[in-house]
Design a protein around this ligand. Structure first.
Ligand SMILES: Cc1cc2nc3c(=O)[nH]c(=O)nc-3n(C[C@H](O)[C@H](O)[C@H](O)COP(=O)(O)OP(=O)(O)OC[C@H]3O[C@@H](n4cnc5c(N)ncnc54)[C@H](O)[C@@H]3O)c2cc1C
Length: 255
């Protein structure tokens, strides 16, 4: 039952599942136009246990707070990125990294058409338009980087540094002609144990010119190190960068 000041979460249904690389599974979900419009660019996913035929979804209060059901419910809250949202078609596209353990990765590994998950709130990607962009991220941030570059002004210049396992994990990233996309391969080093992104940023000369914005999304320790470099050596103020830990080695990210 829904109390008067609570509303049900938006439940989305899987339409298609496709493996775009060996470790990235693209899931297209369908919902009402309003639910799809509200499901991004970053989105709080409510992920049920694999095979749960009747998840006990939480509800949402007027102020956006998630109100959890009492007792065991098996729903995990995780942050993801809508790499594409089409309210007219009623579709949201999410790329899940199949990293192994974790309710969201497990759900995506088992996802089939007809499976459901829910959405409870969304946010921005944190990017700002700028003449020059530095984008830095691993495979979990690739949907965000793809969306930022896809929506960037065609005159934008800059560099995107993307860390993935190997060449098989590279994906097409449409970008303005003045933006270079550079792939960094871990080549056997486990995710979270590489310093590729931090080293690559450390090796760059800070961009010349007034309008620079840097965006970073990756494992938390890597982000901390890159953020420190951007603030000190690059001299970027708070309004000129957005650096967020997308996951934390050895820790759950969410509830
Ligand atoms: C704003 C935002 C947007 C995001 N967008 C995306 C997205 O579009 N696609 C996407 O795949 N991820 C995205 N992430 C990252 C995702 O939320 C985390 O990877 C999350 O931990 C996955 O949840 P889980 O339930 O699978 O694992 P959890 O229960 O959170 O973690 C279980 C274990 O898995 C490990 N782990 C988690 N992620 C990884 C990984 N990538 N590689 C190796 N080990 C890992 C943890 O260290 C932990 O030991 C985003 C994160 C944020 C903050």
């Amino acid at each position: 039952m829904t109390a008067p000041d609570l509303r049900p979460v938006d439940v989305l249904t899987v339409v298609t599942v496709a493996d775009v690389t060996p470790s990235v599974r693209r899931v297209v979900l369908a919902g009402s136009a309003d639910a799809v419009a509200a499901a991004g660019p970053t989105v709080n996913l409510l992920v049920p246990r694999v095979g749960d035929p009747d998840p006990r979804w939480p509800q949402v209060a007027r102020d956006g707070r998630i109100v959890w059901p009492t007792g065991a419910h098996g729903i995990a809250l995780r942050s993801y990125t809508a790499r594409r949202q089409d309210p007219v078609a009623g579709e949201v596209e999410i790329d899940f990294v199949l990293h192994g353990d974790g309710p969201a990765a497990a759900w995506a590994s088992a996802a089939v058409p007809g499976a459901r998950l829910a959405v409870a709130g969304a946010g921005t990607l944190g990017e700002r338009p700028a003449a020059q962009l530095l984008l830095v991220g691993d495979e979990t941030a690739l949907p965000a980087i793809t969306r930022i570059l896809g929506e960037a002004d065609p005159a934008t210049r800059g560099l995107a540094l993307v860390e993935v396992a190997d060449a098989a994990e590279e994906q097409p990233v449409p970008a303005p002609p003045g933006v270079t996309v550079r792939w960094l391969h871990r080549d056997g080093t486990p995710p979270g144990a590489s310093s590729l992104l931090a080293d690559a940023v450390a090796a760059l000369e800070p961009f010349d010119g007034p309008e620079v914005f840097a965006w970073v999304g990756a494992e938390s320790a890597a982000v901390r190190s890159i953020r420190a470099d951007l603030r000190s050596r690059w001299g970027l103020g708070r309004a000129q960068h957005h650096a967020i830990g997308y996951w934390r080695l050895g820790r759950e990210m969410g509830r």
